[in-house]
Design a protein around this ligand. Structure first.
Ligand SMILES: C[S@@+](CC[C@H](N)C(=O)[O-])C[C@H]1O[C@@H](n2cnc3c(N)ncnc32)[C@H](O)[C@@H]1O
Length: 303
């Protein structure tokens, strides 16, 4: 089941019942578009920075610039959004919020000050990062997700599905991390790429087959707070910062159970909704921009 709401998440929050949500999975504006502007990126006539997310493909879909408010205003918004998430989460419910490195500490403090319990930063490492601004900055090869819970109360429990099942992405990422650490070791020893990969393949098969198996016959693996993932399909892309469905599914599989309710207060293309439905969860999606909202609604018209 999916519910789509068009409006500013702060203004229409009354439409979402309090303490009903099992997971807030959301990707607010990063508010970093205007940072690091070089003189040649500034349009001499309009003064506009031409090197932001808004100068990229799909931006004509939006009615207004959604990623540029002042630092002070953005920090206030982080508090207001944290408050909203607190009121909608059930006790023991989880939140996983995408955030840029610039604002991790601000979001952590904002979440804590409204009573949420931030627990860890997940780092999503993107080996094929876009070499944007590479002559003035180290290329940003990571994104960050702040994960935490609303404190447990009464009979409520938190969900953390640490038993990864064979074949799920949770296991795949754990296996990929293992393999990449082994490849790295052989490359550091000076082996050429082909030999390093051959050695890593043999060793990783051995390592994975020696892992503990649980009562259901599934391989037990540790859930790391790093995810290595490149790409994702661009076929259905309608949003400039659309998140890969598999990353969203990773968090949904880890932090909710079938039938649970997922809320995305900054839905964009609706990718969190798609991932939730495909994982047999319910979802509420909020998107402020009317043009993006209608594109997103189109995608769910048969649900
Ligand atoms: C970073 S994008 C999210 C992209 C999304 N994760 C996806 O995969 O398509 C943020 C979205 O939040 C919307 N937005 C910004 N401020 C909002 C607000 N106050 N309430 C609701 N939506 C908002 C923007 O229009 C934009 O589509």
């Amino acid at each position: 089941m999916i519910t789509l709401l068009n409006g500013d998440c702060l203004d229409i929050s009354h439409e979402i019942p309090d303490e009903t949500v099992d997971l807030i999975l959301t990707d607010p504006p990063y508010n970093i578009s205007e940072r690091g502007a070089k003189p040649e990126w500034i349009d001499p006539t309009t003064g506009e920075n031409k090197n932001t997310v808004h100068s990229q493909k799909f931006d004509e879909s939006f009615e207004h610039n959604w990623d540029s408010v002042s630092h002070e205003d953005f920090v206030k918004l982080l508090s207001q959004w944290s408050n909203l998430w607190y009121s909608k989460l059930r006790p023991g419910g989880s939140f996983a919020v995408f955030i840029s490195d610039v604002y991790i500490s601000y979001l952590w403090s904002a979440a804590e000050s409204v009573g949420l319990e931030p627990k860890r930063i997940f780092t999503w490492k993107k080996p094929a990062a876009v070499p944007f601004n590479r002559r003035v900055n180290p290329v940003s090869g990571c994104e960050y997700i702040l994960w935490g819970i609303k404190p447990i109360k009464g009979n409520y429990r938190r969900t953390f599905n640490a038993d990864a099942s064979v074949g799920t992405i949770v296991e795949r990422y754990s296996a990929a991390d293992k393999v990449s650490s082994i490849v790295y070791k052989y490359i550091a020893q000076g082996l050429d790429l082909k030999s390093a990969f051959d050695m890593a393949e043999a060793e990783s098969l051995e390592v994975l087959s020696s892992r503990k198996v649980n009562v259901l016959g599934q391989v037990e693996c540790v859930i790391p707070n790093t995810i290595v993932y490149s790409g994702g399909s661009t076929r259905d892309r309608i949003h400039p910062t659309q998140k890969p469905q598999e990353i969203l599914e990773y968090f949904i599989a880890l932090l909710t159970n079938e039938g649970d309710l997922v809320l995305d207060t900054f839905a964009g293309s609706g990718s969190t909704g798609r991932a939730s439905l495909d994982r047999s969860r319910r979802a509420i999606l909020v998107e402020r921009d009317p043009v993006m909202f209608s594109k997103m609604s189109e995608k769910f018209k048969f649900e």
